[in-house]
Each structure stands twice: as structure tokens, then as C-alpha cells.
Write a new protein. Structure first.
Length: 151
């Protein structure tokens, strides 16, 4: 295969999620509920990457993501790149970064936290983006973003 050939088919309109750590690819699929879409979804897994060694890539036809969906992505795989495609051209490129606050995205690891005992959304402040440390607004417990469960 020549250097210029695409490893995954191009899409006319939609979003390409690139630079996903290979082991997080299917977590991203589940998080965005891509299995529920009627549109074409192409998943590339364990593709060679100079930055990551191996990466995942997902192409979704005719789908553009909301800021809330993008925030959810940042929890699983910060630093992934979203490419918005129109007429086979990249019209916008966004690096996904963890926001300062996460509302209703992850569960608190403290079993005594009110969010685990009452029907309410969680609310975390990201206290250290580099290390991925979250702090629960309600019980003040800090937790590692890699060890949280999605709500």
C-alpha cells in the first residue's frame, strides 16, 4: 500500500475522531452510543501512530457532536482530535481537552456521597488537568480520572 493511500475510507460529511489511544477505542464507541446510530460508522483499531504507537480512529457519517458529548469524551480519552468534515474536506479541527467542571458525567467513588444516595447529577471540579485529578463538589473527595466510572 502506497504512503498516500487511506487506511480507512474517507467520508463526505461528518466527524472523524482521531488519535484515540488504541485501548480506549471501544470505550469511545460506547460513550457516544455509536451503536445506536443509523449512519455509517467506520472503526479503525490498532492503526500505526507515530505519537501513540497504536491508535484508534472512528469516522461517523453525517454526525457532529455537541459540547456535552465532547466533554464526555475528554474523560475517557483527553487529547484526541475531532475533525469535522464537509464535502470530503476538514473544515474544523478540535483537540478535546478536559473542561474545568464535569456535570453528570462520572460517578463519585465515595459510597457515602450524596450523589450515590440521592437521584442527582454529580459535579466535579478538575483540580489538576495534567495528572487528571477530580474533586467532588459535594463530598470533597479527590479521585483519579483514570479510575472513575461513567454515570
Amino acid at each position: 500500500m502506497g504512503k498516500k493511500e487511506l487506511q480507512v475510507v474517507a467520508i463526505e460529511n461528518g466527524t472523524v475522531i482521531d488519535h484515540i489511544p488504541a485501548d480506549k477505542t471501544y470505550q469511545v464507541v460506547g460513550l457516544l452510543h455509536l451503536h445506536e446510530l443509523d449512519e455509517q460508522v467506520t472503526i479503525g483499531y490498532n492503526l500505526p501512530s507515530s505519537k501513540l504507537g497504536k491508535k484508534g480512529i472512528i469516522k461517523i457519517s453525517n454526525k457532529f457532536f455537541t459540547d456535552e458529548e465532547i466533554s464526555r469524551l475528554s474523560v475517557v480519552a483527553p487529547k484526541i482530535v475531532l475533525n469535522m468534515i464537509k464535502n470530503y474536506e476538514v473544515v474544523e479541527k478540535k483537540m478535546v481537552e478536559t473542561p474545568d467542571e464535569l456535570h453528570g458525567i462520572v460517578k463519585c467513588n465515595n459510597p457515602k456521597c450524596i450523589t450515590n444516595n440521592e437521584p442527582m447529577d454529580t459535579f466535579f471540579t478538575v483540580v489538576n488537568k495534567e495528572k487528571g485529578v477530580l474533586k467532588c463538589h459535594y463530598c470533597d473527595m479527590e479521585q483519579d480520572i483514570d479510575k472513575v466510572e461513567l454515570q
